[in-house]
Write a new protein. Structure first.
Length: 198
């Protein structure tokens, strides 16, 4: 069995995965360069696919991000179908990535602590869909200041100034789907029943 196409595909996916991981952690190329000793130009070429990944490059990057090497190369776990989710803490919130492969849509479960209650709006490319699993979520979006309860959903263009955190002095759990600009998520709702005509 020829494994060459599978290996080539896995190698081609390393660059986008490295870029996504760095973006999730809010680390600049300069910051990652300082942490790993790898030049910014080499890191940039690695993320864009212009530089072939090697152990010498991937090991210090994995160490800097504190993730196992197989997460960088997307190596499947052999013989065990269970997905092992590794929670991460970033900007005071606990984030559990639910998608393992890079792609246009990424899913996350987030737990936002009660202390995350001071709006600090930001903007970036993309589109986000948020479902409140438990607790109360405060969403500040442009001129809107909303509180959503369990079971409620919001979706918005992340180019608008936005921030979300806990409301009511207790943590909130949310499911987030994030996509590149133009990748909108749709929720199908059952239409309201109309009263029978007489």
């Amino acid at each position: 069995m020829d494994r060459t196409p599978a290996i080539a595909h896995a190698l081609a996916e390393v660059g986008p995965r490295l870029k996504r991981l760095r973006a999730e952690r809010g680390i600049t190329l300069a910051g990652l360069s300082a942490a790993t000793g790898i030049s910014k130009s080499t890191l940039s070429r690695l993320e864009s696919g212009q530089r072939r990944p090697s152990l010498e490059l991937l090991l210090p990057i994995a160490q800097a991000h504190q993730v196992p090497l197989d997460e960088l190369v997307g190596a499947p776990e052999v013989g065990d179908p269970r997905v092992r989710l590794t929670p991460r803490t970033a900007h005071g919130k606990t984030v559990v990535p639910l998608t393992r492969q890079p792609g246009p849509l990424q899913a996350f479960k987030m737990v936002l602590p009660a202390s995350r209650d001071t709006p600090q709006p930001c903007t970036h490319e993309g589109y986000e869909w948020i479902y409140v699993l438990a607790g109360r979520l405060r969403l500040v979006l442009a001129d809107h200041d909303l509180v959503l309860g369990a079971g409620e959903v919001a979706e918005f263009d992340t180019r608008l100034p936005h921030w979300f955190g806990a409301a009511g002095g207790a943590p909130v759990e949310v499911l987030s789907l994030f996509g590149a600009q133009g990748e909108r998520m749709h929720v199908r709702a059952r239409p309201q029943q109309r009263p029978a005509e007489r």
